[in-house]
Ligand binder design. Structure first.
Ligand SMILES: Nc1ncnc2c1ncn2[C@@H]1O[C@H](COP(=O)(O)OP(=O)(O)OP(=O)(O)O)[C@@H](O)[C@H]1O
Length: 581
């Protein structure tokens, strides 16, 4: 399977070969067995001729009939084994393509995934990879064996009667040209069909992501119509493939019939004149029909090839996207609370996007609670995204422990951070799996400590199977406050040196808010905590508050200092944090 990225100019068939390279022995074995099967098939008319000749010459039929039977049996068995070997190899190709695609996908940069539609990505991993299987089982090998049959039949026919062969070949050339005209249309339609299936996945994904909103907005019918339009497009493209394939098929069939009539007429005359034996004419006609199947096979194989090539291009588009660079050398980074600093950081999400950070500078010492506040869109969550190195700033420096985070090895940097996103998701699985998600090695004592710290013991006691209870879509749905504390517990189990907590904007009830404040205060005693704060309780108990506005840092201070000195903060406190004025 291809390992390297950025090779847009490589021809798709080369990419296809790269997938099959590790499976060459199986392809060879399966191919040879299939050919042997075809060869047995090819011998059939000749063997039939020996039976007819023996009959005509009053010789024993035992030998020729046994030969014919053996050819049928051997051909069937060997062909079946060859087919199995190829199917098996096809599954292997699909498996390795899926594996490499998934591992590539999870290592993509966040900025790349931002631009992709999840549903389309899903369809590339599931349905496009499936098309690779058919390329080798029904594509390449069928085509090779069809060619073999064609050539074999033509050679055998040449031995029997050159003149009749000329007639046959004339018809074949006409068919070949017709099929050649149709092929590019099949190719175009199959690419469009796959794009349409991907698009349908993307539309469906959008609906499922916002399922409740769709229902609450009464938008079911409209969304059904959107999915329907995408499905219709996929169907139309599929029908176009079927249309052109059958045009190619019927042309081959009509040509064979025409050739049959011509050969029967001319051949009959030649038999009458004694230039040709009856048995040879029969064998010739059998071979003529043998040509029909391989031509159909060629058309079918070519269609599969086109599907596969289109799929390989779509798969490759993902494989060519840049992945994260791990960088640096593994280093012992300790477990002490970390200090961080932003210096003149300038950042935008893309070259054509507006500036989000326009010279952000602040410093946070190790240990204690720092609150980031500011109007919506000021760039607070972006501070976290940059610290996690989901994106890279265009200029300026971000340091942790005084060292530029770009010099850190990425896994080391992230291991030092605990990250709780706004509306942090609960993953499908047990509560224990959710807690251990970021720290697989954590022990029972660690779990108990974190559960007590995040005030989750009551929840665990209430759940029917405690930590082993399934939560999320397939199990018990947790409340907003519980989800948030589970997310904090998950981040804390990592023993972060810096905890990044993006408070959800949704209002928590008084009990949950008190619990959250206690949790944050306690965690801040042990480690550095940086909170994007939307609540008064978090802001007032912070050691320092960084006020952000329009991509810059406007002021830094304690709640009291900022209330006295900063107008924006006063306004925020009065409105956003519900401070009595
Ligand atoms: N992944 C992204 N791609 C492109 N633009 C983004 C992305 N994330 C955020 N932005 C833009 O960057 C700006 C700052 O967003 P950010 O989420 O950092 O603000 P915020 O201060 O955290 O806001 P809020 O308090 O509403 O969460 C916004 O204008 C937003 O549209």
């Amino acid at each position: 399977m291809p390992e390297t990225a950025s090779s847009p100019e490589i021809a798709p068939w080369r990419l296809l070969l790269a997938y099959v390279r590790p499976h060459r022995p199986a392809l060879l074995l399966g191919g040879v067995l299939s050919l042997v099967g075809s060869f047995a098939g090819l011998a059939m008319p000749l063997l039939a001729k020996t039976v007819i000749d023996a009959f005509g010459e009053h010789r024993s039929l035992v030998g020729p009939v046994l030969g014919l039977t053996a050819a049928v049996l051997v051909g069937a068995v060997v062909g079946a084994v060859g087919r199995y070997v190829l199917e098996r190899m096809g599954e292997g190709v699909v498996f390795s393509a899926r594996r490499s695609l998934v591992s590539r996908m999870l290592r993509l940069r966040v900025s790349e995934v931002d631009r992709l539609k999840p549903g389309d990505l899903l369809s590339r991993v599931t349905s496009d990879t499936t098309l690779l299987r058919a390329v080798f089982t029904e594509g390449v090998v069928e085509m090779v064996s069809a060619l073999f049959m064609l050539v074999g039949a033509v050679v055998a026919m040449a031995f029997m009667d050159g003149f009749l062969l000329l007639i046959t070949l004339g018809v074949l050339v006409v068919v070949g040209s017709l099929v050649g005209l149709v092929m590019p249309r099949i190719q175009r339609a199959s690419t469009q069909a796959q794009v349409a299936v991907g698009e349908m996945g993307a539309v469906l994904d959008r609906v499922l992501q916002a399922f409740r909103t769709v229902k609450a907005s009464g938008a079911e019918d409209r969304e059904i119509a959107t999915v329907d339009a995408a499905a219709r497009e996929a169907r139309d493209r599929g029908v176009a493939v079927a249309w052109w394939t059958s045009i190619a098929g019927i042309s081959a069939w009509v040509a064979a019939q025409l050739a049959f009539v011509a050969v029967l007429g001319v051949g009959g005359a030649r038999v009458a004149s004694g230039a040709l034996e009856v048995s040879s004419l029969i064998a010739f006609l059998l071979y003529l029909f043998y040509l029909v199947a391989p031509i159909g096979q060629l058309v079918q194989g070519f269609t599969q090839m086109q599907n596969g090539l289109a799929a390989v291009k779509r798969i490759r588009e993902i494989e060519d996207l840049p992945t994260e660079e791990i960088g640096g050398q593994a280093a012992e980074t300790g477990t002490a609370p970390a200090g961080v600093a932003f210096q003149d950081v300038v950042f935008r999400y893309g070259d054509d996007r507006p500036v989000v950070h326009d010279g952000v500078s602040f410093e946070i010492p190790a240990r204690g609670l720092t609150a980031l506040v500011g109007p919506s869109g000021a760039g607070k969550s972006t501070v976290f995204a940059l610290l996690e190195r989901f994106y890279e700033q265009q200029s300026g420096t971000i340091t942790m422990d005084g060292r530029d985070i770009r010099q850190w090895r990425l896994p080391d940097l992230r291991a030092a951070l605990g990250y709780v996103e706004q509306d942090a998701p609960v993953l499908d699985g047990t509560l224990r799996e959710n807690l251990l998600f970021a720290a697989q090695g954590a022990g029972e004592a660690d779990i108990r400590r974190v559960l007590s710290l995040t005030r989750l013991e009551d929840l665990v006691a209430r759940l029917p199977e405690g930590l082993e209870t399934e939560v999320g879509h397939r199990g018990i749905m947790l409340s907003g406050g519980e989800r948030q504390r589970v997310a904090i517990a998950r981040a804390l189990l990592r023993r972060p040196r810096l905890l990044l907590l993006d408070e959800a904007t949704s209002q928590l009830d008084a009990v949950n808010e008190l619990r959250l404040r206690e949790v944050i205060a306690e965690v801040a005693k042990e480690t550095t905590v940086l909170v994007i704060a939307h609540r008064l309780s978090t802001v007032t108990s912070a050691d320092r508050i960084v006020v952000m506005e329009a991509g810059g840092v406007r002021a830094v201070g304690t709640h009291g200092e900022l209330l006295a000195d900063d107008d924006l903060y006063r306004e925020l406190a009065a409105t956003q944090f519900l401070l009595p004025t």
